[in-house]
Unconditional design. Structure first.
Length: 147
């Protein structure tokens, strides 16, 4: 089973069960952002976590196996997504990326924020002028090695 077939099977089972991403993540015991990224084929689970997910959604062992396979991260597209929500994250990087880089370098030195030792959380902040999306990214700072 391919990662795409796995994703399609899980999304169909999620809809049939009337479940949410948060509910599935709770069953697995991981964050909703990470668990959803696994389901969309960008990360993998340990076998015991994959089994929890497929048992909950009543899916077969081929889906469990696919959930544990290491993915080819970011390979779904060679171009910037045209989906408006995803595109906005590219836009944020284009507009504020240089500023973020300068501020991080000023505060930490020459290095990068890890996307491996990393967490992300999405919260809804109610506001009378329109609800706000709060995205928190937390990555370990990795200084560039000098030799």
């Amino acid at each position: 089973m391919t990662k795409l077939e796995m994703t399609e099977a899980i999304i169909a089972a999620k809809a049939a069960k009337g479940s949410s991403w948060g509910e599935i993540a709770s069953v697995v015991g991981l964050s909703d952002v990470f668990t959803t990224s696994v389901i969309l084929g960008q990360n993998s689970l340990l076998p015991e976590d994959a089994k929890k997910l497929t048992d909950f959604l009543e899916l077969g062992p081929e889906v469990t196996t696919a959930l544990t396979a290491f993915p080819m991260k970011g390979s779904e597209s060679e171009t910037v997504s045209k989906d408006p929500l995803i595109y906005r994250f590219f836009e944020i990087a284009y507009v504020y990326g240089g500023a973020l880089k300068e501020v991080i370098h000023e505060k930490f030195g020459d290095g990068i924020m890890s996307a491996i030792d990393f967490t992300m959380d999405v919260e809804k902040e109610e506001d009378p002028k329109g609800d706000r999306v709060v995205v928190t990214m937390n990555g370990k700072f990795l200084p560039y090695k000098k030799w």
